[in-house]
Every structure is written in structure tokens, then in C-alpha cells.
Unconditional design. Structure first.
Length: 136
């Protein structure tokens, strides 16, 4: 579906890809390590997938969450699959920090403070490597 933002080929920081889905890094200085798992085929809902596909997608989401926790060590992880603005199945894996702009509220709300999360050095390379190792 060419009008869909997630179906289009675009420049994104790709961390991992399979025939079913891909993991991209969201460039957001306020939320270092924010990843999105995007189903490659255009579907709107989890129940549009068969049981095997659902299981495969959630394995990727959980692998990304585990990698973020290992490498970046946030205070909390938020998982979200909304699709209200972009009705293409995808999951947000959002590392949260006690001092981030919105904590403890959702990142899409009104900022509570100026946030200054500090990820470890070379975290992007380590995160990509950790995700790939978990999904071999």
C-alpha cells in the first residue's frame, strides 16, 4: 500500500530484518534506544496474522525489549501497538528513564520536565548486535 508510511521504502536505521518484519531505531534524542518493530506486509491488527505469525512477531518484540534492557538499562520499558495514526501493524519498544521528559506519563503527552537520559557509550552498535544475536 504505497500511501502507507510504513510500507514505503525510506531511510531508516535498520537494526535487523527478516521476511516477516524489521526492527528500526527511532532517532529521538529524548528516548535513546527507542525501537519500532514493523510487520513487512500491510495489515492493521494482530488478529490479521495467523497464530504462527503472531508468535514470531512477539518473539521479535521481546528480543528487542531484552536487548534494550541489557544494553541501555532503562528504568522501565513501554510496549505499545496503537496504529491510530498509521494503521499498519507495528510495535513501539520505548526505553523510559525516571528523568525523561514525560515520565511517568506516556511519551506522546505533555512534557513534565526537560529530560536528559544518558545512554552508555557505543550503545547503538551494541544494541544492534544484541538484537541480531537474540534473533539468530
Amino acid at each position: 500500500m504505497m500511501s502507507c508510511e510504513l510500507c514505503k521504502t525510506r531511510s531508516e536505521t535498520l537494526l535487523w530484518r527478516s521476511e516477516l518484519c524489521r526492527v528500526v531505531l527511532i532517532e529521538d534524542a529524548d528516548y535513546p534506544g527507542f525501537c519500532r518493530v514493523i510487520w513487512n506486509r500491510h495489515v492493521k491488527e494482530m488478529t490479521d496474522l495467523n497464530d504462527e505469525e503472531q508468535h514470531a512477531l512477539m518473539n521479535v518484540v521481546f528480543a528487542v525489549e531484552s536487548a534494550i534492557r541489557e544494553v541501555i538499562q532503562p528504568d522501565k520499558i513501554n510496549l505499545a501497538s496503537l496504529g491510530n495514526m498509521t494503521p499498519h501493524l507495528h510495535w513501539h519498544i520505548i526505553p523510559r528513564y525516571a528523568l525523561d521528559k514525560h515520565f511517568p506519563n506516556p511519551i506522546w503527552g505533555t512534557p513534565q520536565r526537560a529530560g536528559i537520559p544518558k545512554p552508555p557509550l557505543d550503545w547503538q552498535v551494541r544494541l544492534a548486535k544484541s538484537i541480531c544475536q537474540r534473533l539468530q
